[in-house]
Design a binder for this molecule. Structure first.
Ligand code: TPP
Ligand code: MG
Length: 330
């Protein structure tokens, strides 16, 4: 696939919002770089799927949502949880498996969950979040609650039966859901064109009669504007499918020799990196100085250090709790 040119041109958002979006992306980036380091040190174990390179999608989309909306995500969800409002402290403690984690240390990286911010996971099953989102949206509709359900998932899910069942029911029932597909071109080591007869993902949703949008997922401003439109559509009219064209810079998980893509392709996509291209555009239009950028970056790094200290100081669940919430008392 030919790599498109980097996002460029004037950012049309209010300056304050642009800086918030940049700060959001930096918070995810610094948190996950630290997670990779902690994984190497054996502090974080099990699976770990990094979102590095894709931050513009979660950042642009999350700020388009209302506080009462529902969010459903995949196992690549650290950034979504963070920007939804789960504290970095509780995310990091969960990564460590400590009781102070947002899932009390029982979920880990793939199962971040927080009812208070209506963050419904963290779903390890590819496509697993889609029917859940249709159900959450149906509940909102039946209860006449004004909330929208935003469901993030990778393009690999489009090959699953759960995708098709969810598209069908969401459209049939006209529930307020925004299906936000993060198309990073690969499902583990499988390129889109090796697993899909139809690689136009919007065409799949459209075949159920659903409204669709497609946008450059490396351009946080474009993501945000599109996500606002999608949210409004979902709230007022019905379900919508959005394809965000993005790319992950790191391996699929921590166990992946990356034999399925050329290094030159990864490098070409890095030229489109959501953080440095957005930074350059804001600087060009005099909405950001290097000093301000460094301030935002230092704040993100300080938050990470604090989160690591919180996780380190956290406690392990005692072994006698092993069957708690697993078996009924009977
Ligand atoms: C139902 C199911 N099948 C297979 C897997 C193994 N698996 C884990 S991640 C993954 C790739 C999914 O790719 P995609 O949906 O594009 O998301 P990405 O990892 O690119 O964000 C697969 C096949 C799984 N978790 N669930
Ligand atoms: Mg993918």
């Amino acid at each position: 696939m030919k790599v498109p040119p980097p996002p460029s041109g004037k950012v049309g958002l209010p300056a304050e919002l642009s800086l918030q979006l940049l700060a959001d992306m930096l918070r995810i980036r610094r948190m996950e770089e630290k997670c990779a380091e902690l994984y190497g040190a054996g502090k974080i174990r099990g699976f770990l799927h990094l979102y590095i390179g894709e931050e513009a999608v979660a950042a642009g989309a999350m700020r388009a949502l209302a506080p009462g909306d529902n969010v459903v995500a995949t196992y690549r969800e650290h950034g979504h949880a963070l920007l939804r409002g789960v504290s970095m402290d509780r995310i990091m403690a969960e990564m460590y498996g400590k009781q102070e984690g947002c899932s009390r240390g029982r979920g880990g990286s793939m199962h971040l969950f927080d009812a208070a911010t209506r963050f419904y996971g963290g779903n390890a099953i590819v496509g697993g979040g889609l029917p859940l989102a249709a159900g959450l949206a149906l509940a909102a509709k039946l209860k006449q609650e004004p909330r929208v359900t935003a469901c993030f998932f990778g393009e690999g899910a489009v090959a699953e039966g759960a995708f098709h069942e969810s598209m069908n029911l969401a459209q049939l029932w006209q529930v307020p859901v925004a299906y936000l597909c993060e198309n990073n071109l690969y499902a583990m080591g499988t390129a889109l064109e090796r697993s899909e007869s139809q690689t136009d993902l919007c065409a799949k949703a459209a075949s159920y009669g659903m409204a669709t949008l497609k946008v450059d997922g490396m351009d946080v401003a474009a993501v945000h504007e599109t996500a606002l439109r999608a949210r409004e559509y979902a709230a007022k009219k019905g379900p919508i499918f959005v394809e965000f064209q993005t790319y992950r810079f790191r391996a699929h998980s921590m166990f992946d020799p990356e034999l399925y893509r050329e290094k030159s392709e990864v490098e070409a996509w890095k030229e489109r990196g959501p953080i440095h291209t957005f930074t350059a555009r804001l600087k060009a239009q005099k909405q950001l100085t290097e000093e301000r950028f460094l301030e935002l970056d230092r704040a993100a790094q300080a938050e990470v250090e604090k989160a690591v200290a919180f996780a380190e100081a956290g406690t392990w669940e005692p072994a006698q709790n092993l069957t708690q919430d697993v078996m009924t008392p009977a």
